[in-house]
Design a protein around this ligand. Sequence first.
Ligand code: GLC
Length: 673
Amino acid sequence: MICKYVFGSPIETGAVVAQIQESAEDLSWMELEKTKGGIRLSCRMEDSDVVYGLGEQMRGMNKRGFTYVSDALDDAIHTESRHSLYGGHNFLILSRREQSSFGIFVDDPGRVAFDVGETQMDRLEVTAGPDCVVYFIVGESVKDIAKQFRRMIGRSYIPPKWAFGYQQSRWGYINEADVREVVRRHHGQGIPLDAVYLDIDYMEDYKDFTVDKEKFPDLAGLAGEMKEEGVHLVPIIDAGVKIEEGYPVYEEGIEEGYFCKEEDGEAFVGAVWPGKVHFPDVLNSRAREWFGGKYRGLMEQGIDGFWNDMNEPAIFYSEKNLERVMDEILAMRGENLDLHAFFHMKDILLGLSNNPEDYRSFYHDLDGVKVRHDRVHNLYGFYMTRAAAEAFGRIAPDKRTLLFSRSSYIGMHRYGGIWTGDNMSWWSHLLLSVQQMPSLNLCGILYTGSDIGGFGGDATEDLLLRWLEFAIFTPLMRNHAALGTREQEVYQFSHVEAFRRIIRIRYGLLPYLYSEYMKAALEDELYFRPLAFDYPEDAHAVKVEDQLMVGESIMAAPVYVQNATGRYVYLPEDMLLVRMRSLKERTCEVMARGHHYVEMALDEVVFFVKKGHALPLAVLDDDLLSTADLEGAAYEWISFGDGPVEYVLYEDDGISKEYTPREDWKRMTVDGR
Ligand code: GLC
């Protein structure tokens, strides 16, 4: 059951697709208080209550004990005191033992705060509004609540199958030779690879939809050549459009009035990579169609995947604020700066980027309704991505195109995936990535993964090995790093053979992972789940924060601690431990329910199979180099049961939008013993 409550005059965000009538009854799940700025919803939490959801945020799967704020923010060096990350995902489930559990979705693209017991340990408090829609969902179980929510927000994005292959990225591949080298060094050493990313350097002076002809004289030729090798090129598109006379995107945008404007009607000037930019008003349908149409040029050169970036939107500084700050700082010259003056100087300098005042100083034209940016801040990445996806629907209607974004809001999950934004080469960020996965799935975002090895900072070989051992389960499996950091392509390290074996295990698991992804997308299910979703009655399972259910058969228990040679694992029932050094070197061992210390060597993939379940494993040729080579591969099975075990296999061509209907899914029966 879903109940809907409307406050003020909310705009249509596009998050919800189901038609839901406003509830006639009074809101009863939480106490409602109208405040000066909006609404406050609160309720008591019992000690045993657990809170799941909120998508891309810091901290654990159980969100209790902190305040999470939806206010899309660019921050690579996030630590546990960070209240906001790149997206705004306002859905949580309060899972309760004694009373009925419920889900709450706050459809408000402005700032929304979820105080999940930070101020008072036993209180959940949500502040939003003034204009918002709040939905309460009750159901038989947390799984059921999650499913009802997913039905309400519509089917998750489905990428092409090649996007489940291994992908390599780095800010710093600057020309054709760099791209060829990456492919040669992977494929030359038998390491499968399906995509190489083009970061901002492929553009001319960081101008969207341009290609630097000196560095990439023949992008179409290169894309074609790469495709022959089974490798797709995936260019980045940034939110800001460079202000430059003679640059068609800028000129058309100005002429048609497609950029976000200040109060006086002048286009707002921010600055990002190219220096001064305007932001396309993607919340306006005409501007959206125009901006989306610009992807065509690259698609005509054979590009079939994109990543949308800096779309919180991130602003290094605004023209106006920079002027003010410069004046203030120049006035301090020669002064004796005491504590207050010095810190003030630091604050105003640091406060230049992503400044809340800047976000309050420009407007969107929502097809006739003028809305100040901060009221809809969390929609920008969503609508930039929607612009692209709608254009792909016009340009290449029958094909799936890879698309993911940095910033997002619930609703965007229908148009593309996300990566979890800039992170660091830290062990804590590996764990964070594990914990973010089920929270994102709850919000509909299925195609996701983190920058493997970490974006900022220098990755060590052991970190990269452990990160990959987890990332073989994430739909998006991309190694990405920042300019100036240690090179972290797997061939830069000494144990290349170990990396090769691990990445090949991913390809071996692909029939299972793809099947589970597709079933989750087509049936509104969760691909990643906290253990408690499968074992709600198990008091230990509820407390596990570092293991995950992956699809119907697998439980993952990654190592995320440096120098650990294994870890404690909790098995909520008897399970089959699968230990793989390679696809060929595999041992299986039945383990009893309970706590175990399990050795996990640095170059091993270890996971667990649920009782009564099975998974297919593709038998790979030694020369498999990309998902294209998986075509026609035979399967072997890993299974665990007392007798015959059934597995439902989903298969399709991986590229068209004709998804296989349920009646045609293959019911396979294998011997579980
Ligand atoms: C942003 C992106 C990162 C990219 C960089 C340069 O920081 O999040 O992935 O490499 O910009 O484009």
